[in-house]
Each structure stands twice: as structure tokens, then as C-alpha cells.
Design a protein around this ligand. Structure first.
Ligand SMILES: Nc1ncnc2c1ncn2[C@@H]1O[C@H](COP(=O)(O)OP(=O)(O)OP(=O)(O)O)[C@@H](O)[C@H]1O
Ligand SMILES: [Mg+2]
Length: 476
């Protein structure tokens, strides 16, 4: 028989069994009475039982710690409705806690219930890893957070005067933020990446009457929803494998401010929990029964417009209305023309500690460029250019490579730069122009032209030759 035909014959007989025995999930099939019909080796290993002792017996005989309510298989048999990705905790025969995520589906054939199948994933190791991750996250927080002012020796947060701006819209937003800082209402800050949201939020905290309290920051996009819950609300010992008694960020931020960045990345059901917490002023640790009262001012930020997030269904409407009591919108740098020049000066002084100039074409390029990374990008570009330039003038070749490309593209549309005249060439062209003018005025007398230009006669003679300017020679 040809291999192809043999494979077909084999597939018709054994494929399901091979798949079921080789995947990483535990599979358990029961009939309509709850008696186990199939139980793969992964399930047996997870439960610490053998396939033989389980098959043919009722589920509750095999797992006495389960009940008809807590067993997802028995529930599905009674409701005939599938359950997707539900966590289940139970003890196996050795008294070990088993934590799984189960998907359980009724087996219906021609409208009749034949049984149910359960696919369970062991999440014990994931939970243990999560716990380690939380520990590291907290360790990192105590070592580094929050970000502090550059060039500051003390643990200082940014204040109003650190926000450098001359832009009327920004000034207006700062004025609203100053008023908001004096209240206890939630604040929502929107701005593209690098527009200064964190700077603004730090200033709000450090100038509010909570300034002596903690300022706690959490980026909601950096952790999955399940971990965020433990991180924000804390954990109670034994609530899951390896869990210890730990305060969450709400408790750590008590009497201070909790800054939740990129709130739209939080799962929607969890956003509802945040809303309840803000409204009630109480939290309960994961796995705990006690409630703790907290006094926290919540400030959130988003780098996508809140209305766009509402439209896309990633931000709950009720949370948006509660949090946007004060809505601050920070314009992108390309819309803050006055700020480009102002911030360039600011970052030059901050980094070089001495006056640094930009070559004209660089200055013009900076004013035309769209700055997708906003102020953060401008800041890094200046830092980079200052490191490269040696004589305190930032030239195109001192820009990062990707910007040099943009520089050429952008300025080729501009006539002055279409010729790509560098500073040196520009100066030479100016020199040539003045020499020509001086020679015309003195009717080609080099000696008199040199006096007019206030340079030695020999120098002028050399330059006339170099620039090929027509003029009478001495004595002519
Ligand atoms: N107006 C400003 N004056 C001086 N420095 C500023 C200003 N705005 C932003 N910066 C600086 O730019 C960098 C980025 O700012 P910040 O982290 O506050 O931006 P962000 O909006 O929170 O960005 P992201 O969305 O990426 O988190 C920081 O180093 C900050 O100090
Ligand atoms: Mg930020």
C-alpha cells in the first residue's frame, strides 16, 4: 500500500487519540450521568491519579472535593451551555491544590445530550511566575520609581516651573491643572507619546495638598489584567499558590496619588472594578474577605484620544465620565511652534551647560519636522547632537541617522536647501560677495578694498585668487 493511502487509513482510525495524548492540556470526557468515559494521561498526571482508576467511575467519586455546583463538567451537563476559560481550584487525591483554567463543552448529537468534554490547562506554574513577577515589579518600584527630575540629587518630582512652554494652549492646560490640583476630583490627561503627560501629573501631585503623601505610578499596558488585579489590590496569603500577604498599589498610595497610565489597556471588567473602588473608597485584596478604606486621588493618562477609545470600545463610558471631571489635553509638539525653539534652548543649556547654536538649516528643519516622538524625541536628538558636535554648533551631520534622512527629504522641497548649502559654503559665498562689493567701491584698488574690509592686503589678495573675483592687482 502506498504511504499516502496508509496514512489515510491510519487517520481514519487513530488521529483523535494521538492528538489528545500529545497535547499539553488535560482532557476529561464524561457521559450524561457524569461517569468518566475518557481521561488522558496529562489529566491523570495533573490529578495524581491513574487513567484506569478514574475511567468508569462517577466524577464526584474521583474528586470528592468537588460538588455538582463547583464542577464545571457537572454544571455543563445540567445547563447544556458551554463554559469558556473559567478558573477552577480543587484538591487532588494527595491533598495538593490544583489550579486550572477550564473550557467545558456539552456533547450534543442530534439535539440529545451525550455527555461533556473538559479541556483544562494547569496554571500553577503561571501563577508562581506571576507571583515572582509581582515581587520583581515591587522591588523595581522601591528602587527606581517614580521618574525624577534630571540633574536632581534629591528625590524630587517635577513641578509647574519644570514644564517649559510658551504655547497658549499648553499655558491654558497648565492653568486648568493648577486649579484641578487643589481639588480631590479625578483627572484624565490625554496627549500623544512624549508630550509631557507624566511631567504634568507629577506637577499636579507635587503642588497639591497631597504632596507629602506617596506618588505611585503604574502603566496598565505593561502587565496582563490578571496580574494587574493582584498588583493594584494586593493579595491575601494562600489566595493562590505562592501568594503572600501583600499591599496593593491602592493601599501604597494611601493619602497620596495613584497615577494609572494607559488606562485604556486595562480589560473592561477590570475598569469597572477601578470605577467601583474610586466611588466606594474601599479595596479588598485578592483572595481576602476584609475591606480597607483608602484615601487615594486617581489620575489617569492615555496616549489615544478618550473619544476614540470609547468608539473602539476599549474604554468604559461610565469610567470615562467619572475620570474626565478634569480632562487635560496636551497638544503634540508640531502644533507648539513657539515651544520648539524654546525647548531647544532649554535642552541645550541643560546638557551643554554653555551656549550651543544650531546651524540655520538645522533650526529650519526642526521647525518643519513633525516630531512623532514629541518632546522626548527632541530632547534625545539634542542630547545626541551635543555629544557629537565639537565646536558648539549643531550641524546636520550631528543629527541621528534617521533624522539626517528626513532632513534631506524635507529640505529638498525648500529652495534654499535644495542646493544643500552647508554653513561653510554659505560663509564663503557671503565673503565673496563682500570682497566683490569692496572692489567695486574702490574701483578695483586692492589696497583700499583691504582697508575697507579691515583685513591685511595679502589676505585679500589670497582670497581674490581663491574666490576667482575680478580685481586690479597692486600697481595695476
Ligand atoms: N514642557 C516640557 N518641558 C520640559 N521637558 C519636557 C516637557 N514635556 C516633556 N518633557 C520631557 O520629555 C520627556 C517625556 O515626557 P513624559 O514622560 O512626561 O511624556 P509622556 O506624555 O508621559 O510620554 P508617554 O506617553 O510615552 O509615556 C521627559 O523627559 C520630560 O521631562
Ligand atoms: Mg508617560
Amino acid at each position: 500500500m502506498k504511504p499516502m493511502l496508509m496514512l489515510r487509513e491510519f487517520m481514519a482510525q487513530k488521529p483523535l487519540e494521538i492528538i489528545i495524548e500529545s497535547i499539553d492540556e488535560a482532557i476529561h470526557i464524561v457521559d450524561q450521568d457524569g461517569v468518566t468515559m475518557y481521561y488522558n494521561s496529562i489529566a491523570a498526571k495533573l490529578d495524581g491519579l491513574s487513567q484506569e482508576e478514574v475511567i468508569g467511575k462517577h466524577l464526584l467519586t474521583n474528586f470528592p472535593s468537588l460538588t455538582s455546583e463547583s464542577s464545571t463538567l457537572l454544571q455543563v451537563l445540567s445547563t447544556k451551555k458551554a463554559i469558556f476559560k473559567r478558573p477552577q481550584n480543587y484538591y487532588n487525591h494527595y491533598g495538593q491544590l490544583i489550579e486550572t483554567i477550564n473550557t467545558t463543552i456539552p456533547l450534543l448529537y442530534k439535539g440529545e445530550l451525550l455527555g461533556a468534554i473538559e479541556i483544562a490547562k494547569d496554571i500553577k506554574h503561571i501563577k508562581q511566575l506571576s507571583e515572582k513577577l509581582l515581587e520583581l515589579e515591587n522591588l523595581h518600584r522601591t528602587m527606581t520609581s517614580p521618574r525624577q527630575k534630571q540633574n536632581s540629587n534629591k528625590n524630587t518630582l517635577y513641578q509647574w516651573h519644570d514644564i517649559i512652554t510658551e504655547d497658549p494652549v499648553m499655558i491654558e492646560q497648565i492653568e486648568i491643572a493648577q486649579k484641578a490640583a487643589r481639588t480631590t476630583y479625578p483627572i484624565m490627561v490625554y496627549g500623544e507619546t512624549g508630550t509631557g503627560k507624566e511631567l504634568m501629573v507629577q506637577a499636579i501631585h507635587s503642588e497639591s495638598n497631597r504632596q507629602a503623601g506617596p506618588f505611585v505610578v503604574q502603566n496598565c499596558a505593561s502587565l496582563p489584567g490578571s496580574l494587574l488585579e493582584s498588583l493594584l489590590f494586593g493579595t491575601k496569603k494562600g489566595s493562590f499558590t505562592g501568594a503572600v500577604d501583600r499591599k496593593g498599589l491602592f493601599e501604597l498610595a494611601d493619602k497620596g496619588s495613584l497615577f494609572l497610565d494607559e488606562i485604556q489597556s486595562m480589560p473592561l471588567d477590570f475598569q469597572a472594578k477601578i470605577l467601583r473602588t474610586i466611588e466606594d473608597g474601599y479595596i479588598r485584596r485578592v483572595g481576602g474577605t476584609e475591606s480597607y478604606q483608602i484615601d487615594v486621588r486617581v489620575i489617569v493618562a492615555m496616549n489615544k484620544h478618550p473619544l476614540e477609545c470609547l468608539e473602539q470600545g476599549v474604554l468604559r463610558e461610565d469610567l470615562y465620565y467619572r475620570l474626565s471631571f478634569f480632562l487635560l489635553e496636551l497638544p503634540p509638539l508640531k502644533k507648539r511652534q513657539a515651544d520648539i525653539a524654546r525647548l531647544i534652548r532649554h535642552f541645550c543649556t541643560l546638557n551643554a551647560k554653555t551656549e550651543v547654536q544650531l546651524e540655520d538649516s538645522v533650526q529650519q528643519f526642526f521647525e518643519k519636522y513633525t516630531w512623532p516622538g514629541n518632546i522626548r524625541e527632541l530632547k534625545h536628538v539634542i542630547e545626541y547632537a551635543i555629544t557629537l558636535c565639537s565646536d558648539r554648533i549643531i550641524m546636520p551631520q550631528h543629527l541621528p541617522l534617521h533624522l539626517q534622512k528626513k532632513y534631506e527629504q524635507l529640505l529638498s522641497s525648500n529652495t534654499r536647501f535644495a542646493k544643500r548649502i552647508g554653513l561653510k559654503e554659505q560663509l564663503e559665498e557671503d565673503e565673496r560677495h563682500y570682497i566683490k562689493e569692496a572692489l567695486e567701491r574702490t574701483k578695483g584698488n586692492v589696497k583700499k578694498a583691504a582697508e575697507l574690509l579691515d583685513i591685511p592686503r595679502q589676505t585679500l589678495q589670497y582670497k581674490i585668487k581663491k574666490f576667482k573675483v575680478k580685481g586690479k592687482r597692486d600697481g595695476e
